[in-house]
Design a protein around this ligand. Structure first.
Ligand SMILES: NC(=O)c1ccc[n+]([C@@H]2O[C@H](COP(=O)([O-])OP(=O)(O)OC[C@H]3O[C@@H](n4cnc5c(N)ncnc54)[C@H](OP(=O)(O)O)[C@@H]3O)[C@@H](O)[C@H]2O)c1
Length: 372
């Protein structure tokens, strides 16, 4: 890299995802970081907790994204703005709008089909600027990893089977977004068969033994619009994906969310109970079967969805500032070069294992869990 380090503004920097993204970007030391959030104390604590590097230390500033003028001034001083503030359904395109209007590029750690449509209109009015959304665990890694695995295969893939989840905490913010995820991202119970949505919904399985998962868990079949696009791009005609939750309390809340506005808090508390005294983990297991009938499996393991999301958002920022993305609007998991992204992820503190095996997940998963 020559010239001054690109200035990256991180909005919502002191949140669970934001702090993970900041840690990754700071560790790499290739950007000047401007941390922003509503409250001074957590930002200062985050700055003080970062180990010194040779690069310039991050700066911190108080910013409420509801203050449109302040947000615009902040964005005008950045080369890239990374949004980690949430919940995404309330933030919508507020930060993207300010960043692109101020001449900065944009990355969002979240983003569903609603944000895509909003950002498409903004991007059309900002020629030369790059915007990358859905740079999280799902959506995000859930698209990148099948593309990465497909690129390692000797033959084109025909079928995809995936599991994503684990035993983990939810922030209230992520819980609020998760409980609304059906609105504009996909359909529970759906899958692709022969290139079309299967006619009959697949059931949710409870206490299911799942490959690589160290304990029985709830597996919810879920067909996202992201997975449909990836399947189409790879030539995959049969695709089944599962969101996985280990722990009885989360399973109970998902089965019967409390009525009214209490559901996000109930989900946060249930996850806290399930995680109490236990190590949290997240797994992404992707199995691709080629047209020749050979199965290959990829497994990624991390401690939490927040840290994996922050790590992938940081990878998207790196890919953008290294000039590997054309101007325009992109989904991170579908646009980033899979090899570049996986190399960066493998080096990240958020990822504790990333391995590709020959064979079916159900076969390989029974034998190698300890090695991860
Ligand atoms: N794709 C995935 O797999 C995945 C996984 C996890 C999370 N996520 C998404 O990532 C986003 C962040 O989640 P999180 O778990 O990190 O939540 P979090 O820990 O609650 O952090 C959210 C941050 O946003 C800040 N914020 C909220 N409103 C703001 C405003 N008006 N102005 C400035 N800052 C504001 C909060 O500041 P305060 O502390 O002042 O409220 C907080 O620091 C959410 O959209 C979530 O859905 C995605």
């Amino acid at each position: 890299m020559t010239g001054p380090a690109p200035v990256v503004g991180i909005v919502g920097a002191a949140g669970a995802v934001g702090a993970a993204a900041v840690a990754e970007l700071h560790r790499r030391g290739r950007h000047a970081l401007r941390l922003a959030g509503r409250r001074r104390a957590p930002l200062d604590a985050l700055c003080h907790g970062l180990t010194a590097t040779d690069g310039s230390p991050p700066t911190a500033e108080v910013l409420d994204i509801a203050d449109t003028d302040a947000l615009h001034r902040y964005c005008a001083g950045c080369d890239v703005v990374l949004n980690c503030a949430g919940p995404a359904y309330l933030v919508e395109d507020r930060v993207a709008r300010a960043a692109l209007a101020a001449g900065a590029d944009y990355v969002d750690a979240a983003g569903d089909d609603v944000l895509w449509e909003q950002a498409r209109a903004l991007s059309a009015r900002a020629p030369g600027r790059t915007a990358v959304i859905s740079a999280g665990m799902m959506p995000g890694l859930s698209a990148l990893l099948p593309r990465y695995l497909a690129a390692t295969l000797p033959d084109p893939p025909r079928a995809l089977l995936g599991y994503l989840g684990g035993r983990d905490r939810f922030t209230a913010t992520a819980a609020a977004d998760y409980l609304r995820v059906g609105e504009g991202f996909g359909q529970a119970g759906a899958a692709l068969t022969g290139g079309v949505r299967a006619r009959h919904p697949l059931p949710t399985r409870t206490d299911a033994e799942l490959p690589f998962f160290p304990e029985p868990a709830t597996a919810v079949p879920y067909l996202s619009t992201e997975l449909e696009r990836v399947a189409r791009a790879l030539g995959v005609t049969d695709a089944t994906w599962h969101s996985v939750f280990a722990g009885p309390h989360v399973a109970q809340v998902l089965r019967q969310p409390p009525a009214g506005g209490n559901a996000p808090e109930a989900l946060r508390r249930a996850a806290e109970l399930d995680a109490f005294g236990r190590a949290t983990y997240q797994l992404i297991v992707v199995e691709l079967t080629t047209v020749a009938g050979a199965a290959h499996t990829l497994v990624l393991r991390g401690d939490s969805a927040s840290s994996l999301t922050g790590a992938f958002a940081a990878v998207a920022v790196a890919a953008l500032t290294e000039g590997t993305l054309a101007a325009g609007l992109h989904h991170a998991g579908e646009a980033l070069d899979p090899q570049l992204a996986v190399d960066l992820l493998a080096d990240s503190a958020a990822v504790s294992g990333l391995t590709v095996f020959d064979g079916e997940a159900a076969h390989a998963g029974g034998h190698v869990e300890e090695a991860l």
